[in-house]
Ligand binder design. Structure first.
Ligand SMILES: Cc1ncc(COP(=O)(O)O)c(C=O)c1O
Length: 376
């Protein structure tokens, strides 16, 4: 046994071949629509730069991020593909948006004027995408104001309307009537713009769920997030997600073992007195690394030597303890799989999400910065 590359007995394996596999499946399904890979939030915890590179190599033609900094980091890594920033940014960030050749989202006349000024100052014509709020009610211009905004943007020499888009609130519930309503409002906006001679080349609405479920939502491109990572957008689209494979495994090694006597309990709060004398294995990963403290109240187990093991007590900030019962073979250095496969058993981020009443997105995004990502 050797000391791990990460210098720590807890890490995440991110399988680039599986990111590519997932992108390729969706790209084939949605063609001729393009795929733009959503790599915000450090590519949902998977690592923005390697995931962006893998997605582009697998056929994605652009990238989406949430904030300017994320786009700047991709540019500094040498990525030249289009990068759409998915909402208006603080005015102070505009020079970076323009300077690094990121594609701004515009949802207001104020936002348009700010970007136009920065583009003029840089003597650039900047492509922008207009965001329409068709029902998500988070960001975006109201459909009734969309044409006015488009005309306002057109009044600036320094701006070019490259795209127009919206975002679904319940795409993961395909039969929800709000999907049709949003799509219809979006199509109305497109028709109004077209009648006014405004027909941007990029039209988009679909996240993973909509891309997989609804051909009418694909337009010229889809914004592919969660499905690229091999996780489910929601139970309502499980069937359409068949063939996608989770790309991230969360692993560690046993760092200490001890025999704890029947009646004793383990960790803060001494919550669960042991029914029998048991081998307790410590793993150096905790809630600061994204293993939710509330897992103790679920039936989620952790794999060691191919066997599912229960949590023995409260998850601490940096470490957790497993009850290995009378399996006295478990020893320091044994590999631990929290998310992923070991032997016959598989535990997924979606299993954690189901057990905790949340979504896989939150689980993978929550994997902390100090968890070393090993790219394979
Ligand atoms: C505007 C926008 N488009 C696309 C996505 C990707 O969604 P998904 O991960 O469900 O594919 C997101 C993610 O939250 C988003 O905010």
């Amino acid at each position: 046994m050797s000391i791990d590359f990460s210098g720590r007995w807890a890490w995440a394996d991110v399988h680039m071949g599986l990111i590519q596999h997932n992108v390729a499946i969706v790209a084939q399904r949605v063609a001729p629509a393009q795929v733009w890979a959503v790599v915000k939030a450090n590519a949902y915890g998977h690592g923005a730069i390697p995931v962006a590179q893998a997605a582009l190599a697998a056929g994605a033609t652009g990238l989406c991020v949430a904030i300017t900094d994320e786009g700047v980091a991709l540019r500094r890594a040498g990525i030249t593909a289009p990068i759409l920033v998915l909402s208006e940014q603080p005015a102070e960030m505009t020079e970076f948006l323009v300077g690094y050749g990121l594609t701004p989202t515009i949802a207001s006349t104020r936002g348009a004027a700010v970007v136009a000024r920065a583009a003029e100052a840089a003597d650039r014509k900047v492509p922008v995408h207009i965001k329409i709020d068709t029902g998500m009610h988070r960001v975006g211009v109201a459909p009734s104001e969309a044409l006015n905004l488009a005309r306002y943007i057109q009044s600036f020499e320094s701006l070019a309307i490259e795209g127009i888009y919206t975002h679904f609130a319940v795409a993961d519930e395909p039969s929800h009537p709000a999907n049709e309503k949003q799509l219809s409002l979006f199509n109305d906006v497109l028709a109004q713009c077209a009648a006014a001679g405004i027909e941007p080349p990029m039209v988009h609405a679909a996240n993973s769920a909509a891309a997989l479920v609804n051909p009418d939502a694909r337009f010229s491109m889809v914004r592919l997030g969660i499905a690229m990572y091999g996780l489910l957008p929601g139970p309502g689209v499980a069937e359409q997600c068949q063939g996608l494979i989770p790309a991230l495994s969360l692993k560690g090694r046993v760092s200490a073992v001890r025999l704890v006597e029947k009646g004793e309990a383990v960790s803060y709060g001494l919550r669960r007195p042991l029914a029998t004398t048991s081998l307790i294995a410590t793993v150096p990963i905790g809630y600061a690394d994204g293993v939710p403290r509330s897992l103790i109240d679920s039936d989620i187990q952790v794999l060691v030597n191919g066997v599912p093991r229960s949590l023995a007590g409260t998850i601490t900030m940096d470490q957790l303890m497993l009850d290995c019962g009378n399996d006295f073979d478990v020893t320091v250095g044994d590999e631990v799989v929290l998310i992923g496969r070991q032997g016959e058993h598989v535990v997924t981020a979606d299993n954690w999400a189901d057990a905790l009443g949340t979504i896989g997105y939150e689980i993978v995004c929550g994997i902390g910065e100090r968890v070393f990502r090993r790219y394979q």
